[in-house]
Structures are given as C-alpha cells and as structure tokens.
Design a protein. Sequence first.
Length: 164
Amino acid sequence: MPQASSDGAQVYTRGQQLGRAVVAQRVDMGDLTGDQRTTMASIAKANGGLYRAYLLTEQLREIFACRDSEKARALLAGWIAWARRSRLPAFVKLAKTITRYKVLIRGAVTHGLADARSEVTNTHLRLLTRRTYSYHTPEALIARADLTRGRLRPPESVSRSQLR
C-alpha cells in the first residue's frame, strides 16, 4: 500500500515501484492508464535501455497484429533497422535471426498463420494417422483429413445410409 508523504503525494517502496513497472510493461501501449504512463516515463528517464527494449517489443507486437501486408513489410524493415542500431545485444541478435527468416515471417503475417495453428494441425494429423492404421489405402487417411481439417462437409441432402 503506498504511503502518503507530507505534501499528500503517494510514496511507493522500491519493490512496489518495480512491481508497478512490470505491470505497466505487460499492458498494451494503447491501454496504459495515466499512472502506468507515468511509470513508463520514469523508466524512460531512469533506464533508457529498458525503455528501448519495451518500445522494440511493442513495435514487434504491432507487426504481427497488422493485417495489411505492405504496412507489415514496412514495419518489419523499420524494426530490423532499429533493432540493429539499438545497442541491446539481445535485440541485435534477434534482428539477425528475423532477417534470416524474414520471408517466412512475412508469409505468416500476410496469411495470418501462427505457430499454434500449424502445431494443432500437425498433432491432429498424427492422431488421424494413428486411427487409420487399419485402413487399407492412404486415400482413406486423406479423405478423413479433408473432412476434419479441410472443413469439407457432405451435402445436406445425403442421408447417413448413403455415406456407408
């Protein structure tokens, strides 16, 4: 709980200040409260490297939230240049890695693909493969995958007896 100073202002302990800074950094930049903005301003003044890291992280988040491929491409190019100049070793290394995988990242942003979706699909296909060991042809596995993952649906006019 903050304590009041003689002039009525709230005084926070060092631990409380650190906790408030962590919370402020986890909130989306557009959703910061006035108090959190003050905390971020004090971080910018006291620790420029930490604040630059926060801004780089927010900019990278914005790239993946962007649905316009041209805007995302421009943001990504700007982010890579900024990260290279940041003098923050972790971000310089990340910029090199992102440069190496830039084409794949652009594809993910353009098509809205996330690693989680592809992992779910791969896991589901492995499960289907295990279930279809008793089938005699690979076409049965392909048909089953099309029905479950490909969003193919039988026509509504077909009865269950016709499907067997």
